[in-house]
Design a protein around this ligand. Structure first.
Ligand code: AMP
Ligand code: MN
Ligand code: MN
Ligand code: MN
Length: 291
């Protein structure tokens, strides 16, 4: 890591994105190249419940002289809702993390088969087989793959429409799933030497009271930071979650959540700076011995 010559408050850090190892459309090395071209100075790959893209991403970043942080985005069930916890600087050779994620990917396969059956009941035939056409990593299937199939087969006109009409609570193709607990996700990440970051909190449909409880519990369990600046937040939410991070003694992270040049609104590295008063999660990373 050569971060000591970069100002932590102006560094272009992008610590959240997806490759074909989960539901992105670019390979890890294409992402590394794109991050570099976009002026990203500190980059993390954070595939859903999957580590297999990390060695290639790391090698590509090293070749490009790009500071790389191995990451992951873990699906969590909290108070009946799905939330996401990003792990940064995880050792991708950690056995507990590896096996735990392997189990989650198996759950994803049976869930996907159930999604297919449920969509069939609602008149959409062979959606599972259709989704599989978009899966690049045979061990990871997500709702995004179904969404791509439903758009490209003409059932919906765009990805957003898929998630308003299907695949979400109360809609056809929604299968409630028991993901990891918050404690498990944070423990696996910390156990693999990583920092736990609560991803895009503005997306969760939680009451003010529930959000407060989530942040308190997350900090108590060993969570380190909130994703304050993300492609999923509005400008008002940057300020709102910056305040919450400061109040809870949590650091702040920044990430585009880039999935695809065609689908993502926010490109790699194309985000505003963290609001004043936030402590960047990378503030003490200059000499960190990343694996
Ligand atoms: P899964 O982890 O299989 O439940 O799939 C979640 C993924 O679906 C997210 O990471 C997003 O990539 C995608 N997704 C969820 N909601 C939306 C939405 N409203 N528009 C586009 N993509 C979405
Ligand atoms: Mn995704
Ligand atoms: Mn997410
Ligand atoms: Mn993501």
């Amino acid at each position: 890591m050569k971060l000591d010559w970069l100002d932590p408050h102006t560094i272009n850090a992008d610590l959240h994105c997806h490759s074909i190892a989960s539901d992105g459309t670019l390979t890890p090395d294409e992402l590394a190249r794109r991050a570099k071209d976009q002026g990203v100075e500190l980059w993390a790959l954070t595939d859903h419940d999957e580590l297999s893209g990390l060695p290639i991403a790391q090698e590509a970043a090293t070749d490009l002289g790009l500071n790389f942080v191995p990451g992951v985005e873990i699906s969590v069930t909290w108070a009946g809702d799905t939330i996401h916890v990003v792990g940064l600087n995880v050792n991708y050779r950690d056995g507990v993390l590896f096996e735990s994620l392997e189990n989650m990917r198996k759950v994803r396969v049976s869930r996907a088969q159930q999604i297919g059956r449920d969509l069939e009941k609602h008149g959409i035939k062979e959606a599972y087989e259709g989704a599989l056409q978009y899966v690049k990593n045979p061990s990871l299937i997500s709702r995004t793959h179904f969404a791509r199939h439903l758009v490209n087969s003409g059932v919906c006109s765009e990805m957003r429409e898929v998630f308003t009409r299907y695949l979400t609570p109360g809609k056809p193709g929604y299968i409630p799933t028991d993901w990891a607990s918050l404690r498990e996700a944070v423990t696996w990440i910390n156990g693999a030497g990583g920092y736990a970051v609560l991803a895009h909190p503005g997306r969760y449909r939680l009451s003010e009271l529930q959000m407060d409880a989530l942040l308190t519990q997350f900090a108590e369990l060993g969570g380190q930071a909130i994703e304050v600046v993300t492609g999923s937040h509005t400008v008002d939410q940057y300020r709102e979650y910056a305040r919450k991070a400061i109040v809870k003694g949590l650091k702040a992270s920044r990430g585009s959540d880039f999935h695809s040049p065609e689908e993502s609104r926010v490109n790699l590295g194309e985000l505003p700076r963290l609001p004043d008063g936030c402590v960047p999660i990378w503030d003490n990373w200059a000499n960190l011995p990343f694996p």
